[in-house]
Design a protein. Structure first.
Length: 224
């Protein structure tokens, strides 16, 4: 596996590129309950339908959460975009079972060191409307190994509204304590997270279709 090689200097420089890119590329970046998380570390999970997802996580962390985040990324993509290593990305190769174990053990080590970890439990990018979400067991594995670390689910929904550029709607959900599902088997934990995330994503989809943005705030505005 490829380990992260995080660089604060690179992260600061990359932000000078990423922030205007995000603001230019979307007509609106809307968030509901996207807020600071005082408790550290946490494990973030989200649905994965776009190349943008990882960059959006880095943007939100830089502007809101300010955790020391690391992100699990497919080995092929990390080799192609190796600069992500300097932002905290590390690889997983799902074609090699031993590599999966190494990547999960590495993620466990990061969490034990107080760093937050981002997982996309679907494993790969899938169309936004793909159902079921078909979660893999990595998040449940880490819940068992790091029972004091809560899971913070996010839902991402990309949509074309009334503007030339797309919109991105983001909803941050309440943290899930591992105590809540500690009695479940790993497979049952995975099913629980998948079903919960599906319900959350479909609820967000309904808000997008109805253009119900009252509870959402702009996440793309420049701070004054």
């Amino acid at each position: 596996m490829i380990k992260a090689k995080k660089s604060a200097l690179f992260e600061t420089g990359f932000n000078l590129y990423l922030t205007p890119l995000i603001r230019f590329s979307f007509s609106r970046l809307l968030g509901e309950d996207v807020k600071e998380i005082p408790k550290k570390p946490v494990m973030f999970i989200a649905n994965h339908s776009s190349w943008w997802d990882g960059l959006v996580f880095f943007y939100l962390n830089r502007t809101i959460w300010r955790h020391d985040i690391h992100m699990m990324m497919h080995e092929k993509g990390l080799k192609k975009h190796s600069y992500f290593r300097f932002l905290g990305a590390f690889s997983v190769n799902r074609q090699k079972p031993k590599d999966i174990v190494l990547s999960l053990q590495y993620a466990e080590t990061l969490l034990r060191q107080g760093k937050s970890v981002v997982l996309f439990p679907q494993g790969d990018e899938f169309h936004l409307e793909t159902r079921p979400l078909s979660f893999l067991a990595g998040a449940a594995y880490l819940m068992e190994k790091c029972p004091d670390v809560p899971i913070v689910p996010l839902s991402f929904y990309y949509s074309f509204g009334h503007q030339q550029k797309p919109e991105l709607w983001i909803r941050q959900h309440d943290a899930i304590s591992t105590d809540r599902i500690a009695h479940l088997t790993r497979k049952e934990k995975t099913v629980f997270l998948e079903e919960l995330s599906t319900k959350q994503l479909d609820s967000l989809k309904k808000a997008v279709i109805n253009e119900d943005s009252l509870a959402f705030q702009s996440l793309g505005k420049r701070r004054t």
